[in-house]
Design a protein around this ligand. Structure first.
Ligand code: FAD
Length: 161
């Protein structure tokens, strides 16, 4: 199958946008990811998928922990920053949850300990057992659909027009 066809079809699956963070020896590394899912309620497990070329891969293998922050509709630039799409060096603002760095102002954040990892083709899946969570009530999520950022508002408007 053609790679472009596969990517186009996967792009038809609308997702939220997260930033994965981890810390090693006081150094914080973050990476934008939309390959995130909730896996199990008892125990509470989630899953992320990290590409073989991402620096994040080696960092999580070493730290054995990661945090996930779900971005709000106002955090598109943060997504671009942590996807390496903004060339200038920018500072990032972090909050702390259970001793781990998370993105300040995210709609929700959670921290995890890695309990399993599986190589799957050119990605590695990390199952995390959730150790803490935080969320805010009144915020709207950033959406990623067909390779572009969207807001729930504009999706609703286009459905009703
Ligand atoms: P780098 O590319 O070196 O780091 C990413 C950027 O984050 C750096 O350029 C830097 O600006 C910033 N940064 C990192 N740490 C800090 C810090 N402490 N302070 C300030 N800035 C910092 N890839 C996947 O493997 N899995 C996915 O699920 C996935 N989903 C994606 C979804 C979207 C919507 C997008 C746009 C990209 C996605 N990617 C995904 C691609 C991934 O985000 C990029 O390939 C990313 O550049 C890989 O990061 P890296 O770990 O190699 O580190």
């Amino acid at each position: 199958m053609d790679d472009r066809l596969f990517r186009n079809v996967m792009g038809k699956f609308a997702t939220g946008v997260t930033v994965i963070t981890t810390e090693i020896d006081g150094s914080i590394h973050g990476m934008t990811a939309n390959a995130f899912m909730s896996v199990s309620l008892n125990p509470k497990l989630v899953l992320i998928s990290i590409g073989e070329k991402a620096k994040m891969l080696g960092r999580i293998k070493k730290s054995k922990t990661y945090a996930v922050s779900f971005l709000t509709e106002n955090q598109k630039e943060i997504s671009m920053q942590f996807a390496g799409q903004i060339k200038e060096n920018r500072e990032a603002e972090f909050d702390w949850l259970n001793g781990m760095p998370v993105i300040k102002g995210a709609i929700a954040s959670l921290t995890c300990n890695v309990v399993a990892e599986y190589e799957a083709g050119d990605h590695t899946l990390f199952i995390g057992e959730v150790t803490d969570v935080h969320f805010q009530e009144d915020a709207e999520p950033l959406i990623f659909f067909q390779g572009k950022y969207r807001e729930l508002k504009s999706l609703k408007e286009s459905v009703h027009s």
